[in-house]
Design a protein around this ligand. Sequence first.
Ligand code: DGY
Length: 319
Amino acid sequence: MSRVVVTGRVPEAALEKLRAEHEVDAWQGPESIGREELLRRVAGADAVVSLLTERIDAELLDAAGPQLKVVANVAVGYDNIDVPACTERGIVAANTPGVLTDATADIAMGLILMSTRRLGEGERLIRSGQAWKWGMFFLLGSSLQGKTLGVVGMGGIGQATARRAKAFGMEIVYQSRSEIDPQIAAELGARRVDLNELLTVSDVVSLHCPYGPATHHLIGAEQLAAMKSSAYLVNTARGPIVDEAALASALREGQIAGAGLDVYEHEPRVHPELLELENVVLLPHLGSATVETRTAMAMLAADNALAVLSGEGPPAPIN
Ligand code: DGY
């Protein structure tokens, strides 16, 4: 029997699966586990099932000890894990691709609709108790039909967002490290372009690339300036892909029309200027937040940990 440390609350089904084979120490506090408590608990662990709110770095891996075999993140993004540090120590790192694709694409599409149709503004107006009535020019947004969606990062979530946007009558361009499957590209009518062209031709730019040194502030002042003044930026990927100060300034100056964000550069803090702006929709990292999706993520993370503990390769390895 091995020792599995789970760094935060996860659906019970995943804990049961782990407990059936191993001793499980799962943090059950309402708040995230503190760093010191985490370092103390991981000592002697054979597997760590981690949430994206916990930093899994060299210090933590060393605090766990040389018996640690696997870090299984309950997330597809793994910018919270120092993967090279895992690899150097012979530790398998794993994530949860696939199971949250549709839920995240739904939120991206939701943000596209919320920002282009000014749904947040409308909701805030009603709740404020201000008088309102239907008017020819009241809270006009912009239509999606015939507009262009630029997808930055055309992996599973980017493709699923493109599929939804196509159903709303949008044309698709994308920027990605590699060409996507030609059949999917043909179905979507998607054309691969470079980032600069994508920014200049898109009416909505939706970010779906992973976060790392190569994508830090991929969208900054220069890129925002390249966008149409009528365009919208949507981010359901990771906050630091966007320079939030530059975004706040572009939104304030009318350099772009609006934005929809589910993730933040210094999450959970939100740039104070964004909070003051009407033309940005702000969600609290809800991309994968459905009961079904979170359960599937936790089950896949458990499967990743269990496979490595029984000497097999995990279903979703990172390294
Ligand atoms: C992920 O899995 O990376 C998502 O951001 C979680 O919502």
